[in-house]
Design a protein around this ligand. Structure first.
Ligand SMILES: [Zn+2]
Ligand SMILES: [Zn+2]
Length: 138
């Protein structure tokens, strides 16, 4: 059952379509997600990179994540909007920013991670499983 959804940056230079359903989706409260978000956390959809086609060049910032892996965060060089990230520990996967979706309801969050970094004004709602760091095995 193939679904197609699309998204892009704020100015529209970076656009993507994805032809597969997200494998996982959630909110991350780690420091890097917060600092690159404009608010207290980032929301991501994990998809197979093979199913994503993207147009428009992105610029990327590479930083070791809280787990130690050098995470690449790609953003539009024109408007600065974050679009996706990749993690060498999870090859073949793209983590699309939920903020970039055209249809926001495609994002079905399953969990909160790195809640130990969540500020009081952007705390997990309690409606989803929440992990102080990452869930066991991830
Ligand atoms: Zn842009
Ligand atoms: Zn994060």
């Amino acid at each position: 059952m193939a679904t197609t959804f699309s998204g892009g940056c704020l100015c529209g230079r970076v656009r993507y379509t994805c032809t597969a359903e997200p494998m996982m989706a959630g909110h991350c409260h780690c420091e890097d997600c917060r600092r690159s978000s404009g608010t207290g956390h980032s929301s991501h959809l994990e998809v197979s990179a093979d199913h994503v086609s993207m147009t428009g060049a992105t610029k990327a910032n590479v930083r070791p994540s809280a787990s130690g892996n050098p995470v690449t965060r790609a953003f539009c060089p024109e408007c600065g909007a974050p679009v996706f990230s990749t993690n060498p520990a999870l090859p073949g996967l793209l983590f699309l920013r939920a903020s970039s979706l055209d249809d926001l309801e495609v994002f079905k969050p399953q969990m909160h991670v790195w809640t130990m970094r969540a500020p009081s004004w952007d705390a997990p709602s309690g409606a989803l499983p929440a992990y102080v760091k990452m869930p066991p095995g991830m």
